[in-house]
Design a protein around this ligand. Structure first.
Ligand SMILES: [Zn+2]
Ligand SMILES: [Zn+2]
Length: 358
């Protein structure tokens, strides 16, 4: 309630209320988060030193690419477009595999990930948004500080996002709850698998170690920072060809399109959150949408939401229907039921849920 009241009073320029007074996470948790964020870079330095002169083996590069693609699509197609926005329905085995793949990206358990991202859509760039770069105001200093907060500073703030409120559908799904509980084990597997495969292919401990460095730690660090860049850069830099809700400053940032598997068409996504495609228009490559299309052709994905009106069109359509209805009622004419488009006020065609709408 408090957040909603502040959100209504927000002027679009000021720092968010309580922006500097949030309790930080427990020191133990902060140390763990720091280790997860910093360790891959330390090991990257060690990896470069180890590889200097001997080069990186082709096996390491291929393994890194394979694990990046698998876990990356687990986040973009699985966590984001399937579980958060329900842009399509997946066969149960595919839904499970995507949830497992996303969990191996070291970005938190899937239920927390979905809850936080839904809250981001509910309060985009307003008080209540867990990682807005406008948290400390829209002035230059505030924006620079906000950029750090949106990228990874928010991980160190103890701002709870109750899954019971934001992801009740996933809490009611025993398979998803089991995968969420297995998050630490899946993180371990995400590191052990490259190590084991590297050992099997090279036949040496050195080969196992270099695979662990490049296809494990470096791959995890790269994907984390690409994902976090969508939270930070894609709300500050780039263009905004699509209409969004008030205060929403999401942008399209083309240099990240391929590495983020289409997620950096973020303005397109915020305009049509329920749409399976984020890159709307020509020359906007969206590998995640291409993969969903492939799943659809294989009949592994159904009810794919490809044609979702953008937020502004949707609002205008709803408003004009309301106006027509009001006129009809005040004129005393009989009216039938108004054909409200299915889904949310921001153009999302998701099925109704008990939780807030992302
Ligand atoms: Zn966003
Ligand atoms: Zn989203």
């Amino acid at each position: 309630m408090r957040t909603q009241r502040h959100a209504q009073a927000y002027d679009g320029r000021s720092p968010f209320p309580h922006a500097t007074q949030q309790p930080t996470v427990h020191p133990g948790q902060a140390a763990l988060t720091t280790a997860i964020v910093v360790a891959p870079f330390l090991v990257l330095g060690a990896g470069i030193w180890l590889a200097w002169g001997t080069g990186i083996s082709l096996t390491d590069l291929l393994l890194a690419a394979i694990f990046y693609i698998l876990t990356g699509f687990g986040v973009t197609v699985g966590f984001h477009r399937l579980l958060t926005h329900r842009s399509f329905t997946a066969r149960p085995w595919l839904r499970t595999l995507l949830a497992i793949a996303g969990s191996m990206s070291f970005q938190g358990n899937l239920i927390d990930w979905v809850a936080i991202h839904r809250r981001h859509h509910a309060f985009t760039d307003r008080p209540g948004d867990p990682h807005s770069p406008y948290r400390h105001g829209a002035q230059l200093g505030g924006q620079l500080r906000g950029l750090g907060h949106a990228h990874l500073g928010w991980l160190f703030i103890d701002e709870r996002t109750p899954a019971s409120r934001y992801a009740p559908d996933l809490l009611a799904d025993p398979t998803m709850v089991r995968i969420a509980r297995a998050f630490p084990a899946l993180c371990a597997a995400s590191l052990l698998l490259p190590f084991t495969v590297g050992w099997a292919i090279s036949g040496s401990l050195y080969g196992a170690m270099t695979a662990f460095l490049w296809a494990g730690l470096v791959r995890i660090a790269l994907l984390q920072h690409v994902t976090w860049s969508v939270n930070s850069l894609c709300h500050m830099i780039g263009n905004r060809p699509h209409p969004t809700r008030q205060h929403d400053r999401s942008t399209n940032l083309w240099p990240l399109a391929v590495l983020s598997f289409g997620e950096s068409w973020h303005n397109g996504h915020h305009s049509r959150p329920g749409c399976a495609r984020h890159g709307h228009g020509p020359r906007r490559p969206d590998p995640s949408a291409a993969l969903i299309r492939l799943f659809e052709r294989l009949h592994w994905a159904t009810d794919v939401h490809w044609h979702v009106a953008d937020a502004l069109q949707h609002r205008r359509a709803v408003a004009s229907k309301r106006t027509l209805r009001t006129k009809a009622i005040s004129a005393g004419t009989a009216v039938g039921t108004v054909d409200h488009p299915r889904g949310t006020s921001n153009g999302d065609r998701r099925r109704p849920s008990r939780g807030p709408r992302p």
